[in-house]
Design a protein around this ligand. Structure first.
Ligand code: HEM
Length: 408
């Protein structure tokens, strides 16, 4: 791309070596670093080397299985406003309603992150999420001037908008930090680490803000978008909707969803896995060789960027069979997803550390929705996936909802 060298990798043996590589010499790509800087700064998503390792060690334990299990009740609580809202809309409309689901799902995902990681409600975090989304839209096109010339400080209209958003998000996060209480959560772990490091106040604040911003972004958008794609696919496939509904009923038997029942929802897990195969939020896994490397027998000189086009791998008939473009969750029933050709959560040492959290959050939301409503794809739905840092439905997802009548 321009004068930047990229190696596109879709051979499973090279991907395997990327998966197995734990060396700090394989880092995140610095391509578009200047463009993305206002959104990610020096936080965990884009940093490399010892700085990344330090952040990973602080953040990863907050998403270990036992921690996620303890968050299930909060996640169930966060879904209640959405369920109530949709129920009211269906009732008000004579038993059937057309709903554009995206904003309500984003509110759920934002509330989950706010409560579980930052100990605050969505109301407090709402402005941060709105501004992070604006930042995401603003930085999703390359800032050619900044990348080619280093003119990051040129006061173009776009730069001024991005600087303003960046400043506001920083201020809002520092306000949340000031008001944070004694709760043990991700925020307190980040604050503790910042207070133990012997750096100046600005550097400590940058560490806090950049990592909070990374989690607000990473934990919010991709989960909300995956939930929207998943509900769209269930709306299109009533047979799978019925299977998942029957399973939720069988597993929960009228009791609220808990961590044990989530584990038993095999059909729902398969449906989410298949959604992530067809619509992986992260379109590329990107890396850069920070030193000369050898991966899958290929010599990769220092500086070369590596892109794994995830959808190309997920839609390769040689890897997945002739029905590769069909929605068929059954393909995940008896085999483990093929490690080196299924990458919705990335690869190797930089793999998504929130994947257990995201799966719990998705299963809770979808099981609760599916046990209350019958979904159909609305005639208003227009299929238009678009890449804006992540692959999202550009025109949203429209579903027609009625209430579940039969209680088995
Ligand atoms: C369905 C939802 C999600 C998807 C599809 C997703 C996908 C991804 C992908 C593709 C990566 C890059 C991995 C790589 O480069 O190899 C990533 C990284 C990351 N994700 Fe997620 N993610 C999701 C949810 C979450 C959640 C809920 C959180 C936290 C609350 C989270 C936190 C992170 C973090 C911190 C990283 C950076 C890891 C590192 O560089 O060490 N993600 N995610």
């Amino acid at each position: 791309m321009g004068n930047v060298v990229f190696l596109h990798v879709s051979r499973p043996d090279v991907v395997r070596d990327i998966n197995l590589c734990v060396s700090l010499d394989l880092g995140k790509s610095s391509y578009l670093k200047a463009t993305h800087e206002p959104l990610f700064g020096g936080g965990i998503l884009k940093s490399n080397g010892e700085a990344w390792l330090h952040q990973r060690k602080i953040i990863a334990p907050e998403f270990f299985l036992d921690k996620v299990k303890a968050m299930v009740d909060l996640m169930v609580d966060s879904a209640q406003p959405l369920l109530k809202l949709w129920e009211e809309r269906v009732d008000r409309n004579g038993g059937i309603a057309d709903i554009k689901i995206d904003d309500d799902i984003r509110a759920y995902s934002a509330d989950v992150i706010s409560r579980t990681c930052f100990g605050s409600s969505y109301i407090k975090g709402k402005e941060i999420f709105m501004k992070i989304r604006e930042l995401q839209q603003a930085v999703s096109k390359p800032n050619v001037l900044a990348e080619m010339t280093g003119l990051r400080f040129f006061p173009s209209t776009r730069n001024k908008q991005v600087w303003e958003l960046h400043k506001e998000v920083r201020k809002l996060i520092l306000e949340i930090v000031k008001e944070s209480g004694e709760d043990r959560n991700l925020l307190s772990a980040i604050l503790h680490s910042a207070s133990c490091s012997r750096v100046g106040i600005t550097e400590a604040e940058n560490f806090i803000v950049d990592n909070c911003k990374s989690i607000y972004f990473a934990g919010y958008e991709s989960t909300a978008v995956t939930a929207a794609w998943c509900l769209m696919l269930l709306g299109l496939h009533p047979e799978w909707q019925d299977r998942v509904r029957a399973e939720v009923h069988e597993v929960c038997r009228g009791r609220p969803v808990d961590s044990q029942s989530l584990q038993k929802m095999k059909n729902l897990t398969m449906v989410i896995q298949e959604t992530l195969r067809l619509y992986p939020a992260g379109a590329f896994v990107s890396r850069q060789a920070l030193q000369d490397l050898r991966l899958g027998g290929v010599h990769i000189p220092k500086g070369v960027n590596i892109y794994i086009p995830v959808s190309t791998m997920h839609l390769d008939p040689k890897l997945w069979g002739a029905d590769v473009k069909e929605f068929n969750p059954e393909r995940f029933s008896d085999v483990k997803p093929q490690l080196h050709s299924y990458l919705p959560f990335g690869a190797g040492a930089r793999t998504c550390l929130g994947q257990g959290f995201a799966m719990a959050e998705l299963k809770i939301l979808i099981s609760l929705i599916i046990s209350k409503f019958v979904l159909k794809l609305s005639p208003h739905y227009e299929h238009s996936p678009i890449l804006k840092l992540i692959v999202e439905p550009e025109l949203g997802v429209d579903l027609t909802l009625t209430k579940v009548q039969c209680l088995y």
